[in-house]
Design a protein around this ligand. Structure first.
Ligand code: FAD
Length: 460
């Protein structure tokens, strides 16, 4: 700690608390959702106001410290050692304007908080599959909603303005007219350009969704995959589906038939009348006996139950890959990797069918690189450092075997910690042209790379 500047200078400027390693509260402040990616900064600041964020960023810049930000803690590729960590939970609020159909989101609330506030007014936010993901971390990475993405596009496309503290300590309210380059790059580059303290987001007039999951016995993978592919291809933009091969734990929080089960989970969501949603689902329902069927007319606030993602922090390893097609060869490779005859140790390996409005350009251009991506593969295995070799090895094998069908660009929110570490691999995620455009904005607003505890976008 002797190398640290005098933190009392900063402490005196803050409304929120400041923690040093060993202080009571430090561990809670640094806690992440993925227990395999812990944070261990030199200083942790629990900002309570935008001025706290400005003062902390200025203090860090003056003293040559990098600034890390933790939202929902689902995707921290680096540990923040020696850095100043900012958390914004003490600023969390969601204010809905029912007339304009917008939400003002401050701090870093989780999606559950945003969707429940919006639903009270018959409105829906562009949330992802998991209610525990941080709304801001997700929005800055594009944000692919498995309910509203195909009907309405990427979540980033619906951002109206962003309040961000840049590396010079200035709080800027950024819109497409005030700062077009910053507005463009912020929506897709995650936290590379500053600390976002608030976002204004357009909402959708959606009260209910017909959706849920059908779970089939995992042994039927080879039979069901091609049927699901054809079913997905025939759906209108208002309907969305994904399929996951799951080897579930014997967890008491799972419904009884899913405990310790090997299953195929077909997820489905239709934004429209339940009767039409049910009619469209017929090709999957006729497949016969299911282990569990939860598909029903849901209030939008319950749309987070469709994927049934884990809701408590756990240690996991993950990888993803964009797929340009699901040919018979792709499906055969999936069966070989994850089917009943495999030695797959992963809890889940899923394919999301994309398309629809996710392929259409937004009203104001943004830095989302995955437009045009037809399918997304995402897999994860649960286990701590002792299982790292097994899980990371198997995940790497999945990506390797599926690489003949890879799409050139990727979805930023699903780039795994280990893939986020080199500019060269990130340039592939974005594609050279978009990456270099973001680098130009980064060099203008953060020339000293103060915000580098992320998937860091610097000259490759
Ligand atoms: C179970 C699960 C399901 C998921 N489902 C989806 C899905 O359906 N669709 C989808 O698009 N993604 C999905 N994701 C990915 C998720 O959107 C990303 O992991 C997202 O970045 C997580 O944000 P966070 O705030 O929870 O995580 P954090 O680790 O806290 O933050 C992630 C990154 O964003 C930065 N950041 C966070 N808040 C701020 C801020 N206020 N200012 C500046 N930078 C900030 C952080 O510094 C970090 O670099 C899922 C992830 C998991 C684990």
């Amino acid at each position: 700690m002797n190398d640290l500047p005098d933190v009392n200078v900063l402490r005196d400027q803050l409304t929120g608390p400041l923690f040093l390693p060993g202080d009571p509260g430090y561990d809670d402040e640094c806690a992440t959702f993925n227990l395999n990616t812990p944070l261990a900064p030199a200083i942790a600041v629990g900002a309570a106001t935008p001025d706290d964020v400005r003062n902390a960023v200025r203090f860090a810049a003056i003293n040559g410290l990098a600034v890390a930000v933790r939202g929902g803690g689902h995707l921290q590729p680096r540990s923040g050692v020696g850095q100043l960590l900012l958390t914004l939970d003490r600023m969390n609020s969601v204010r809905i304007d029912p007339v304009r159909a917008t939400a003002r989101i401050t701090g870093t609330p989780r999606w559950s908080q945003v969707t429940s506030a919006a639903s009270e007014h018959g409105l829906a936010a562009m949330n992802g599959s998991s209610p525990t993901v941080g709304a801001i971390g997700y929005l800055l990475g594009g944000g692919m909603s498995p309910v509203l993405g195909r009907p309405f596009g990427y979540a980033s496309d619906h951002i109206l303005s962003i309040d961000v503290v840049t590396a010079d300590g200035e709080l800027r309210q950024v819109t497409g007219t005030s700062d077009p380059d910053l507005f463009f790059a912020l929506r897709g580059s995650k936290g590379n350009l500053g600390v976002v303290t608030a976002v204004d987001l357009a909402l959708q007039p959606v009260r209910t969704v017909y959706g849920g999951g059908l779970w089939f016995a995992g042994e039927r993978l080879a039979e069901i995959l091609p049927v699901w592919r054809d079913f997905a291809a025939a759906l209108p933009d208002a309907a969305t589906t994904s399929i996951a091969v799951q080897r579930l734990p014997a967890a008491p929080e799972l419904p009884e038939p899913l405990r310790a089960a090997f299953v195929l989970h077909v997820r489905y969501a239709y934004v429209g009348p339940a009767a039409e949603g049910e009619r469209l689902l017929a090709p999957m329902r006729v497949l016969g006996p299911v282990v569990l069927d939860t598909i029903t007319d849901l209030p939008y606030a319950d749309s987070g139950t469709i994927h049934h993602d884990p809701d408590l922090p756990l240690p996991y390893f993950d990888r993803s890959l964009g797929l340009r097609e699901l040919s018979d060869g792709t499906l055969a490779a999936l069966v070989e990797l994850t089917g009943p005859g495999s030695d797959c140790p992963l809890v889940s390996a899923e394919i999301r069918a994309l398309g629809g409005a996710l392929d259409r350009p937004p009203a104001a251009p943004d830095a989302v690189p995955s437009r045009g991506l037809p399918f997304q593969f995402f897999a994860f295995g649960v286990g701590g450092p002792d299982e790292a070799q097994l899980m990371q090895g198997y995940l790497a094998r999945c990506v390797d075997v599926l690489s003949p069908w890879a799409f050139p660009r990727r979805m930023v929110n699903f780039v795994s910690p280990e893939e986020a570490l080199t500019p060269r691999s990130l340039r592939e995620v974005y594609g050279a042209e978009l990456y270099d455009r973001i680098v130009a904005v980064k060099e203008k607003y953060d020339p000293d790379n103060v915000f580098r505890n992320n998937h860091n976008i610097v000259r490759a």
